[in-house]
Design a protein around this ligand. Sequence first.
Ligand SMILES: [Zn+2]
Length: 62
Amino acid sequence: MTTLYCAICGNRFEPDDDHMWIDAERKPRTCHPTAPLYEADAEYAFHVDCWERETSGWRAPA
Ligand SMILES: [Zn+2]
């Protein structure tokens, strides 16, 4: 069984749970020109809720 981990909250979820994928290239944190190559091929899975929270300006306490 495949277990995925949300890149935002870190909680695990099953592939059939509601989630989404984001390519590393589109992730703001990895836009640095010298980012390691392996990150260019990486993908990140998120809970849909987590992603919407991130993109809507919600911020977790530092
Ligand atoms: Zn999450």
